[in-house]
Write a protein that binds this ligand. Sequence first.
Ligand code: DQA
Length: 144
Amino acid sequence: KKIAILNGPNLNLLGNREGDIYGNIGLAEIEAACADECARFDFELEFLQTNSEGELVTLIQQAGAACDGLVINPAAYTHTSVAIHDAIRAIAIPTIEVHLSNIYAREEFRHKSFVSPVATGTICGLGPTGYILAIGALATQIPE
Ligand code: DQA
């Protein structure tokens, strides 16, 4: 089985960015931890980051065609993007939405997710552990 983990805008800055909210663990470290967790389930992993909304749409479409499950942290596009909502809606694979921070404990504009209604499930507020839990969640959601 193959899964994609897609990361949206500014997540390339993780580790340097707003450390009080996002911690000091970088995206490369999260990728390494995800690779270890994927090995436990024998999942092949595609781990990608883009700052571009259109690129994220393309990557979701490609995951839908080539992968068995998707973990996505759409970052700020979570709160704005009908295009990402539609892209996830258009694919048939289980999709777990992840946020490092608890978006419901932050500014009002982060309380709305365009992604949650089309995600299989959502994990937020648990930091990098959320990615690890999402991989375990996919293991229960991907059909044999
Ligand atoms: C985020 C939360 C979003 O509100 C924010 O725009 C991000 C990261 C998170 O992982 O907590 O860039 O998705």
